[in-house]
Write a protein that binds this ligand. Structure first.
Ligand SMILES: O=C(CO)[C@H](O)[C@H](O)COP(=O)(O)O
Length: 219
C-alpha cells in the first residue's frame, strides 16, 4: 500500500513529461508541487525558468537556482502544473488549501495547458467536502460571510493567515457544489471577494492522478 506522499511523488515525477524544452513553466503551490519543484530542478538545464503562484514556491524555485520571471514580462506559458484539494470528473477543482488561490488562478489563466497533479484521495464525484477557500478584502469580511451563509455555506475565518496579497481567507463548509461554473460566478460577484477557490471556468486540461495501481493520465 503506497502512502499519500508516495502517490504525490509519483505524479510529480510523471508531470515532468509535460514540460516542453525551453519553456517558462507555470508552477503552483503546495506539498505536491514542492515535490514537482524537486523534479524540475533535475531538468532545469532544458527549461528557461518558471513563473510562480506564491511567495513560498518562488522561494523554493530560487533555492534550486531556477530563474523566476515576473508574469508581466512573460507572454507564453505553455504549461501550468499545480495540485488541487478536490477535482471532479469534469476536471473542475477546489483549490486554495494553501491560500494561494488568486495567484494560482492568474497563472492558470495565462497558461495554455493546466496539468493538475493529484493523488486519488482528491478525485471526487461532487465538489464540496473540502471547505471552499474564498479570498476576501479584509473590510468586506462580514458582508461576504453573510452572503455565503445565504448561499447555504458556513464560512469560517482562517485565523492567523494573510494571503500573499494581504487579504484574508474564509473557508466555506457545507456547500455541495452541483454546478461549479455557476457557483464560481455567483461567489466571485460578491463585493469584496477577490476570488474563490473554484476552478471551473478555467478547469484543468489534464489530470495526472496517482493511484495505488499506477499513475493515470485523464483528459
Ligand atoms: O491550491 C493549493 C494551494 O493554494 C494546492 O494546490 C492544494 O491545496 C493542494 O495542496 P497539496 O498538494 O499540499 O495537497
Amino acid at each position: 500500500m503506497l502512502t499519500q506522499n508516495q502517490l504525490k511523488l509519483a505524479v510529480a515525477q510523471k508531470a515532468i513529461e509535460f514540460v516542453p524544452d525551453d519553456a517558462i513553466v507555470g508552477v503552483g503551490t503546495g506539498s505536491t508541487v514542492n515535490l514537482f519543484i524537486e523534479e524540475l530542478s533535475r531538468i532545469k538545464g532544458r527549461i528557461r525558468g518558471a513563473v510562480s503562484s506564491s511567495e513560498a514556491s518562488t522561494e523554493r524555485l530560487k533555492a534550486h537556482h531556477i530563474p523566476v520571471f515576473d508574469l508581466n514580462a512573460v507572454d507564453d506559458v505553455p504549461v501550468y502544473i499545480d495540485g488541487a484539494d478536490e477535482i471532479n470528473h469534469y476536471l473542475h477543482m477546489i483549490k486554495g488549501g494553501g491560500g494561494a488561490l488568486t495567484r494560482e488562478k492568474i497563472v492558470a489563466a495565462v497558461a495554455r495547458e493546466f496539468i493538475c497533479i493529484a493523488d486519488e484521495t482528491k478525485y471526487v464525484s461532487v465538489l464540496g467536502q473540502f471547505p471552499l477557500p474564498v479570498e476576501v478584502i479584509p473590510m468586506a469580511r462580514s458582508h461576504v460571510a453573510r452572503e455565503l451563509v445565504r448561499l447555504g455555506g458556513h464560512p469560517e475565518m482562517r485565523h492567523g493567515f494573510t494571503t500573499d496579497n494581504g487579504n484574508i481567507i474564509l473557508d466555506v463548509h457545507g456547500l455541495s457544489i452541483a454546478k461549479p461554473v455557476e457557483m464560481e460566478e455567483t461567489i466571485n460577484q460578491i463585493a469584496g471577494v477577490v476570488t474563490c477557490g473554484l476552478f471551473a471556468r478555467r478547469r484543468a486540461d489534464v489530470l495526472v492522478l496517482g493511484r495505488q495501481n499506477g499513475v493515470d493520465v485523464i483528459r
